[in-house]
Design a protein around this ligand. Structure first.
Ligand SMILES: Cc1cc2nc3c(=O)[nH]c(=O)nc-3n(C[C@H](O)[C@H](O)[C@H](O)COP(=O)(O)O)c2cc1C
Length: 223
C-alpha cells in the first residue's frame, strides 16, 4: 500500500472532494468548435491485453490549429479538470481529457474500502485501466501539461496506461496534480519513467479551487 494520509484534516478534505465518476467530454481550446470523429484507440488493460475502443476523439484539425500547447488531464471528481481548464485558458492551449472506458463510481473511489476498484488498481503497479477517449495527435505540440489527482500518493494507474501509449519525443512534458494534502511525491518521476520519451519537468501540486493567479505565476516561472 502506498502513502497514508498525514493528517485528519486531509482525510476530511479528501472525504468532501471525492464524489462521482468522470463526465467531461473531449474538447480542444475553448473557442474551438469540436467536430468529433470516431477513432480507434489502442489501449492496454490490467492484464496487458490489447483491445480497441471506438470512441470520440480529438481530430487532427482541432489539434493542428496553430497552437503549440496541449493540456491533457484525468479527473474523477472535477478538481483537476478545473485546474486543467485554467491552464488551457492562460496558455491558449488545447484540452484533452483522458476518459476511462469504465467511469469511476463513488464505490470505485472509496479509499476506505480495501477492495474498491481504485484501491486495487493503486495496489497493483501493473494495472492499466482502459482509456475510452480517442487517440490524440501530438504532432505540432511543443509543450504538454499533463494533470491528474493524487491517489494514495501516486498517479492513478490510468495515467500509466496513457503515457505508455504515446511517444513524446521533442515535447516538454509538465506534470501537475491536485490532492487533498499530499505533494507530487514520485508521481512525476513515475510518469517520466513509464513514458520513456519526452523532456519531463518537475511536477506541481495544486489544492482544490486553485486560483488563476497562482496557476499563472507557476506557468510564468517555468520559462
Ligand atoms: C482513491 C483516492 C485516493 C486518494 N489519495 C489521496 C492521497 O494519497 N493524498 C491526498 O492528499 N489526497 C488523496 N485523494 C484526494 C484527491 O487527490 C483529491 O480529492 C483530488 O483533488 C481529486 O481530483 P479530481 O477531482 O480531479 O479527481 C485521493 C482520492 C481518491 C478518490
Amino acid at each position: 500500500m502506498k502513502k497514508i494520509f498525514t493528517s485528519i484534516a486531509a482525510l476530511m478534505m479528501f472525504g468532501l472532494t471525492a464524489c462521482s465518476g468522470s463526465a467531461a467530454v473531449t474538447t480542444s481550446a475553448q473557442e474551438t468548435t469540436t467536430a468529433a470523429t470516431t477513432q480507434a484507440a489502442e489501449t492496454t488493460t490490467a492484464t496487458q491485453n490489447e483491445t480497441e475502443a471506438s470512441t470520440e476523439g480529438t481530430t487532427a484539425e482541432e489539434t493542428k490549429a496553430g497552437k503549440d500547447v496541449l493540456v491533457i488531464y484525468f479527473s474523477a471528481t472535477g478538481t483537476t479538470k478545473d485546474v486543467a481548464e485554467k491552464i488551457a485558458s492562460i496558455t491558449n492551449g488545447d484540452l484533452y481529457e483522458i476518459k476511462p472506458a469504465k467511469p469511476y463510481s463513488d464505490a470505485d473511489l472509496n479509499w476506505n474500502d480495501k477492495n474498491s476498484r481504485s484501491t486495487k488498481e493503486q495496489n497493483n503497479k501493473k494495472s492499466r485501466p482502459e482509456i475510452a477517449s480517442g487517440t490524440v495527435d501530438l504532432s505540432g505540440y511543443k509543450t504538454v501539461y499533463i494533470g491528474y489527482p493524487i491517489w494514495w500518493g501516486e498517479e492513478p494507474r490510468i495515467l500509466d496506461t496513457f503515457v505508455e501509449s504515446y511517444k513524446f519525443d521533442g515535447i516538454k512534458m509538465i506534470p501537475f496534480c491536485t490532492s487533498a494534502s499530499s505533494g507530487v511525491g514520485r508521481s512525476d518521476k513515475n510518469l517520466a519513467e513509464r513514458a520513456g520519451t519526452g523532456d519531463w519537468q518537475k511536477g506541481k501540486r495544486f489544492g482544490a479551487g486553485a486560483s488563476e493567479d497562482s496557476i499563472r505565476s507557476w506557468i510564468e516561472g517555468l520559462n
